[in-house]
Design a protein around this ligand. Structure first.
Ligand SMILES: [Mn+2]
Length: 295
């Protein structure tokens, strides 16, 4: 019997189309696997029936044995206070520490950011032994906001939070999640990366067999000449601007019903970014980019 692999995404009503592109790449490169794509979403996304239907059609159109579901996340029930404590002004992609309760029946889950492209079947990640580890991830990451902040915690494993395998069973059984809220009071910890790096200290495994391509780090260092399994577009996004490996993203965007919209938005965003580059302050550029970018 073929196994279905559980995958989780987090997104809101503004990022579902890019999540769809990531899901297309996942399904197109599924090999012999099928996926159950669990989308943990905001209220606005959950209530967007048309968007949900379109995503369901995309999945059914590629693989009828794969499934997609939508789960509305309630921040009030979270293990950490989300309001007034947003590391980067967002929040949606910082919910993964609550997966142990969002998926009460699953023993493990593979989490993918919406800005990833999956180029290989993920059965190896789905089957790898996690042992006592709560989390398995790829290098590198940024668990602390600044250098020197790690003194309090000693040697902490930095990891990339865009692609992770979570040992939900171990997290539930150990009740380690009870430490999250207290740890998050330290403002030097970046939201989920810092929180989990510290809470899971000594139980955070690195997966070096596969290769995650993280364009913001040195490509050659990250891949070491190995085949790229997953591309994670940290920093600037291929739907906004010129990025390394952007052709891989556009290949799958082209298979989506949103291609023409992505294309015209990209042209608009490109010129927007170019004009914004002339502005003197980083804060100002960031604010205008967020306000006027089209997706
Ligand atoms: Mn990301």
């Amino acid at each position: 019997m073929k196994k279905t692999i559980d995958i989780a995404y987090n997104f809101d009503g503004t990022r579902w189309k890019t999540a769809a592109v990531s899901i297309i790449s996942l399904l197109k490169n599924r090999g012999n696997n099928h996926y159950f794509v669990h989308c943990v979403v905001t209220k606005d996304m959950f209530e967007n029936r048309d968007a949900r239907k379109q995503m369901e059609n995309i999945v059914a159109g590629i693989d009828k044995d794969s499934k997609i579901e939508f789960i509305q996340f309630d921040p009030k029930k979270a293990s950490i206070p989300y309001d007034n404590n947003m590391a980067f002004g967002g929040g949606i992609c910082y919910w993964k520490q609550d997966f142990f309760t969002i998926f009460p029946k699953l023993d493990r889950i593979i989490y993918l950011d919406d800005d990833t492209i999956v180029l290989t079947p993920l059965d190896e990640l789905a089957n790898i032994g996690l042992g006592k580890n709560y989390l398995m991830a790829f290098r590198p990451g940024q668990a602390f906001r600044g250098i020197g902040d790690s003194k309090r915690y000693g040697e902490i494993q930095q990891y990339n939070a865009g692609v992770i395998i979570m040992n939900l069973k171990a997290i539930r059984e150990s009740k380690i999640y009870k430490t999250f809220a207290e740890l998050l009071k330290d403002k030097n910890l970046s939201f989920e990366q810092g929180l989990l790096a510290v809470a899971f200290k000594g139980r955070l495994a690195m997966y070096d067999g596969h290769t995650l391509y993280n364009y913001r780090t040195h490509a050659d260092y990250a891949t070491r000449g190995k085949k790229i399994a997953i591309i994670h577009y940290t920093g600037k996004k291929p739907w906004f601007f010129v990025t390394r490996k952007m052709s891989a993203w556009w290949k799958y965007a082209k298979m989506s019903p949103f291609y023409k919209q992505f294309r015209s938005n990209w042209i608009y965003n490109f010129f927007l970014y170019i004009s914004i580059m002339l502005l003197p302050s980083k804060k100002m550029r960031h604010r205008l980019r967020n306000k006027y970018s089209r997706l």
